[in-house]
Design a protein around this ligand. Structure first.
Ligand SMILES: CC(C)(COP(=O)(O)OP(=O)(O)OC[C@H]1O[C@@H](n2cnc3c(N)ncnc32)[C@H](O)[C@@H]1OP(=O)(O)O)[C@@H](O)C(=O)NCCC(=O)NCCS
Length: 158
């Protein structure tokens, strides 16, 4: 697998990949404009994994100047257990470190059956039992636009 920086042109393939994974919640921000805004705000940090020119893995990475945040770590089902996710994680950590960010967080859905053992086995990462996450109730809860490009098809969030 070749790792490179994720770019806006990857959106359609990335969306197809994310849609195939029940562990990933899709939101309005996963539409084309949302991804472009995220990549612009966090240049050079999000990653694409390619095999034979096909997008098989993604990792969104950003930071707030203090902590890093990872989202949408996804490897195509047929490509799993080859160490690809671990490689993406290492590369994101390296790039965050280059920008002065030494600590990062990831929020994992408890019912993401493959993600839980993955994160539990990562050296240098620990499960936090001392933090409870609270999130705003967004106005688009339930139905979100996650269309590729300008097609903007609406679908129900998981
Ligand atoms: C979680 C996910 C990204 C892991 O991708 P991957 O490329 O298969 O992971 P790796 O090959 O790098 O795994 C590294 C190690 O993690 C552990 N691991 C990964 N998946 C595991 C699983 N399903 N069960 C048990 N252990 C697992 C193993 O220790 C593995 O090493 P090993 O294969 O030598 O035993 C992938 O399963 C996925 O895309 N899941 C759906 C989307 C998702 O839930 N993403 C997480 C969002 S936070």
């Amino acid at each position: 697998m070749i790792i490179r920086t994720l770019i806006p042109a990857d959106h359609s393939a990335a969306l197809d990949l994310w849609r195939s994974c029940p562990g990933i919640q899709l939101r309005a921000e996963d539409g084309y404009a949302g991804l472009c805004a995220y990549l612009q705000r966090n240049p050079g940090l999000s990653l694409a994994g390619e095999v034979d020119g096909v997008l098989v893995a993604t990792l969104l990475a950003g930071h707030d100047g203090r902590r890093g945040y990872l989202q949408h770590l996804v490897v195509a089902p047929a490509m799993r257990r080859h160490g690809y996710a671990r490689r993406l994680l290492d590369e994101a950590a390296r790039r965050l470190h280059e920008q002065g960010i030494g600590k990062a967080h990831v929020f994992v859905l408890r019912d993401a059956v493959d993600a839980m053992p993955f994160w539990g086995s990562q050296p240098g990462w620990q499960q936090r039992d001392d933090i409870q996450v609270y999130s705003t109730l967004s106005g688009d809860e339930g139905v979100v636009s996650v269309g590729a490009g300008s097609s903007g098809a609406w679908e129900r969030a998981k």
